[in-house]
Design a protein around this ligand. Structure first.
Ligand code: NAI
Length: 499
């Protein structure tokens, strides 16, 4: 006969606690939900019953039978197999006190999981008699929908406890990313670059928030751009997480908060919830897409010969999509030559002005996109108007809207994604999580279109490194220092090509 499922004691019946209780119930566990606030317990029971009933008409009976809602932890059955999942207020002293009481009540062998998103699991565990029983079980909101659980190992967490919680998460239909207790774990650390680098671009007046959002969606493959996402999360919340991660990493400039965002917060422009953040919200306010560069009739009609030098998947795909005839020439540095006008090439992190000076001809830099077969918007920076007109006309034929932006190093998608990839490499380099776990976490915890390691492999670790080194040369800001792990990977010849 199989063992009955372990009882689950969820402490805290707020947004997260009720979601955790729901997934545990749906997997057949008996659940005690504990919260001193009776109104929260009532609301949680009603919400859980309603949500489970959408899929299963027998849910009310199941909830009645398996869910106990209690104001006092000590009123729950003291079963020593209990797995405790704590989802209360984000305060170290309060979490330690509650977990100590749980350990007293359920006994030394119970597992104590915390859903903390920003506190150290090691520090929480230090306040409990047996720290080896404490582990992070970091869910994402909304719990029943989001597939990821970060299983966080504190310094003293035992292997057995990590395994119990990882198995439990999988049984509850989640995917697990293992991570050592370190500020921001995986997702809240690596995602900082998505927001922070986009904010840098706005600070430098490279492009508007609307244009950056559109480029990240239609060129980068993200479901939402960084600014609309910050408005959705709440600028107050997003800014607070950035500040915590920045302070926790001893004010590393890779995480430094933006003055643009702090000013929004100071003004009370938190985003959707206050009706205004980077954008305005309201029933009568319509969001329109930012205007792309207009296609000039004479440029569309011109039949300038086009030559593809070298080989590059993005350039070749865009040419093929445009339907324009082109010839090919061997070359080390790929570019599209518009004969008599100049060349278009993909950004390597330098400015168009620098590349033009190097080449001795007008140069237009194209941003990278995630997938050149599907991209519908691209940023560009150019030194020459007729060359820009020719490229805008070509992109239009390819179904891609062109967005000329300021001549900033790395443009938009290439720059932001390289910074995300760099953070991912650094996280792996410090042994916080493996590349596979980091890719899983970013795919499922943030809905990124690809994991950062998968991007850097697609673009090549060499070009990711080249772009970061060029950013460093431009700014001499330590936030652009490339991870040593990325540098090693980029400079290591692939197996079978070692000399
Ligand atoms: P919440 O404010 O919605 O709910 C917290 C609940 O805990 C309240 O019902 C409160 O009455 C209860 N509570 C407070 N002290 C208690 C105690 N001593 N014993 C029992 N219950 C107590 O908070 P939310 O958003 O559910 O967050 C809970 C935890 O989950 C926090 O640690 C937070 O950092 C973490 N988290 C939150 C996420 C989110 O998106 N809201 C995402 C991932 C983690």
């Amino acid at each position: 006969m199989s063992q009955p499922l372990a009882p689950i004691c969820v402490i805290g019946a707020g947004t997260m606690g009720r979601g955790i209780a729901q997934v545990a119930l749906a997997s057949g566990h008996p659940v005690c939900l504990v919260d001193p606030d009776a109104a929260q317990l009532d609301a949680a029971r009603t919400e859980i019953t309603a949500r489970l009933s959408r899929k299963d008409p027998t849910a009310p009976a199941l909830v009645e039978e398996h869910l106990a809602t209690l104001a006092e932890l000590t009123d729950t059955p003291a079963d020593r197999r209990t797995v405790v999942v704590e989802a209360i207020v984000e305060r170290l002293d309060v979490k330690q006190k509650v977990l100590r009481r749980a350990a007293d009540h359920f006994g030394a062998s119970c597992v104590l999981a915390t859903n903390t998103s920003s506190l150290s699991v090691t520090a929480i565990a230090a306040g409990v008699p047996d720290p080896s029983r404490v582990v992070g079980m970091h869910f994402f909101n909304p719990v029943p929908v989001m597939k990821l659980v970060e299983v966080v190992r504190g310094l003293q967490t035992s292997d057995e406890v990590v395994e119990i919680i990882a198995d439990l998460a999988v049984r509850w239909g989640k995917s697990v990313a293992h991570v050592r207790s370190a500020p921001g774990f995986i997702v809240n650390r690596v995602a900082r670059a998505f927001y922070g680098e986009s904010l840098r671009l706005v600070e430098e007046r490279a492009a508007t928030t609307e244009t950056i959002d559109e480029l990240m969606r239609s060129g980068g493959g993200f479901r939402m751009g960084p600014f609309e996402l910050m408005d959705l999360i709440g600028n107050d919340v997003n800014f607070a997480v950035t500040q915590t991660v920045w302070a926790s990493y001893n004010y590393d400039p890779r995480f430094s908060p933006s003055l643009i965002q702090s000013e929004l917060v100071a003004a009370g422009r938190f985003g959707r919830k206050t009706g205004r953040g980077y954008y305005e919200y309201g029933e009568t306010i319509e969001r329109t897409l930012p205007p792309a560069a207009a296609v000039k009739a004479e440029a569309a009609a011109r039949t300038t010969p086009v030559v593809l030098h070298g080989s590059d998947d993005q350039l070749e795909t865009l040419l093929t999509r445009s339907g324009l005839g082109f010839s090919r020439k061997e070359a080390d540095t790929p570019r599209i030559e518009f004969v008599g006008l100049g060349s278009a090439t993909i950004t390597r992190g330098g400015s168009a002005r620098e590349e033009s000076a190097l080449r001795g001809e007008p140069v237009l830099l194209l941003d990278r996109c995630l997938d050149p077969t599907t991209a519908t918007a691209l940023a560009l920076a150019s030194t020459d108007a007729p060359l820009t007109d020719a490229v805008v006309a070509l992109l239009d034929r390819a179904g891609v809207r062109a967005f000329p932006i300021a001549d900033v190093p790395g443009l938009v998608v290439a720059r932001v994604l390289s910074m995300i990839a760099n953070e991912a490499w650094e996280t792996a380099h410090h042994g916080i999580a493996t590349p596979d776990d980091i890719d899983t976490a970013m795919l499922l915890g943030t809905n990124y279109p690809m994991g950062p390691f998968a991007w850097s492999a697609r673009w090549s670790t060499r070009s990711t490194l080249e772009l970061l080194d060029a950013l460093w040369s431009s700014y001499h800001d330590p936030r652009y220092r490339a991870s040593h792990a990325l540098r090693s990977a980029a400079l290591t010849p692939p197996p079978g090509n070692r000399g």
